[in-house]
Design a protein around this ligand. Structure first.
Ligand code: GLU
Length: 376
């Protein structure tokens, strides 16, 4: 096994609070070294985004709150103060390296409710295409327990899959997964690679009474399960070093969780197999030829729409004779879709009243049953 960050194109890096904040103060030198690594990846043609913890720890320092557990409203106030300081630090530190930071604060609903998910996915994708670096955290100052992730391991897993990242790097104070708690068990064996999260693996992370499990390994294994099935690989590595990403490249100890397929392929499997179609979109012969060639489906090539679908729903795709040829996630609600059937994409704004997407179904969201169109 000889893996490299260079094998990946879109990388999400998750940073734990303890790496960034010490005694309520930002570890600026460390963040600068991480920014050097991000700059190197970006200059190497990678798209990078960061899920950063640290707002509560930092805000606590700024507000001078005492050590020990915080009440919810104190933690939320600390998050509010800390987040602004955190974002400013990222913006400055990335800025001097020629990288533009964009802040995104998410709550659970943004990754779990389809419409909000689509919007967040779109914003992150747009930032990445523009060469900016999304800096993401949970919106802790408004999220309360029942609508909260509470940990950035699982949040980063959902963000990575939402953004179709092909790699998630979890940086924390542990350097990987062991068969038992290495601090207390001399027989603990380090696992360099976990191809699949089995019950045995879960037991290693969650065995009660181990110091290791309370160190947050459970949420990291949850994250691995989320990402692997969506085609995103994951690494657990230590951030307790300067230039932690460069260190991984140079062989620092880390546990790799390789995904069995790519995000694009996993997404297409999900679209073709697991979604109940809520309508039908009929294509003319030219549009069918175009989508077979890997193009997106434009309204101009659609002859008919049927159903009760809303934006993001799965629809059946048929040829001019009504034969089923595939599935896709539609970019418009039925009402709007029926208005733009057969029309040129340039007319969309005048018809629906806002500058909607040029495609009825984007090629990433479209899978044909009769031919292989995904080259990823
Ligand atoms: N969102 C929290 C913060 O920024 C951190 C959650 C976690 O550490 O996993 O303070």
């Amino acid at each position: 096994m000889d893996r490299s960050l260079n094998d990946y194109k879109r990388i999400t890096v998750k940073i734990g609070s303890a790496l960034l904040v010490e005694m309520g103060r930002l570890k600026r030198k460390w963040l600068e070294s991480l920014a050097d690594d991000l700059q190197a990846l970006s200059e190497g043609g990678k798209e990078v985004m960061v899920v950063s913890s640290g707002s509560i720890a930092l805000g606590r320092g700024v507000l001078g709150l005492p050590a020990g557990p915080l009440r919810l409203e104190q933690a939320q106030a600390a998050a509010s103060v800390g987040q602004i300081a955190l974002a400013q630090a990222y913006s400055e530190i990335l800025g001097v390296r020629g990288l533009t930071a964009g802040q995104i604060l998410l709550t659970l609903g943004d990754t779990e409710e389809r419409r909000r998910y689509l919007n967040a996915r779109e914003t992150i994708g747009t930032l990445l295409r523009m060469g900016a670096v999304p800096i993401i955290n949970e919106n802790d100052s408004v999220a309360t327990s029942e609508i909260r992730y509470g940990d950035n391991d699982r949040l980063s897993a959902r963000v990575a899959t939402m953004a179709s990242a092909d790699l998630l790097v979890l940086l924390s104070d542990v350097d990987g997964l062991y068969t038992a708690a290495p601090q207390t068990d001399p027989d603990a064996v380090f696992l360099p690679e976990v191809p699949q999260v089995t019950q045995e693996i879960e037991a290693m992370a969650g065995a009660p009474g181990t110091a290791f499990s309370s160190g947050g390994m459970k949420t990291k294994i949850d994250a691995a399960r989320i990402v692997q099935s969506a085609g995103t690989s994951m690494i657990i590595a230590s951030g307790n070093t300067m230039n932690p990403l460069d260190a991984i490249e140079n062989g620092a100890r880390a546990t790799w969780f390789p995904a069995p397929s790519s995000p694009a392929r996993a997404r297409k499997t999900w679209i073709s197999g697991h979604l109940k179609p809520r309508g039908t979109i009929q294509l003319d012969a030219g549009a069918l030829k175009a989508v077979k060639a890997g193009k997106s489906l434009l309204p101009a090539g659609v002859t008919k729409v049927d159903g009760t679908f809303t934006r993001g729903d799965a629809v059946r795709i048929t040829d001019a004779d009504g034969h089923d040829v595939g599935r896709g996630l539609v970019a418009y609600d039925f009402g709007e879709a029926s208005l733009i059937v057969g029309r040129n994409s340039k007319e969309i704004e005048a018809i629906v009243g806002y500058p909607g997407r040029a495609e009825m179904i984007h090629t990433d969201d479209l899978v044909l049953s009769t031919c292989e169109m995904d080259n990823s």
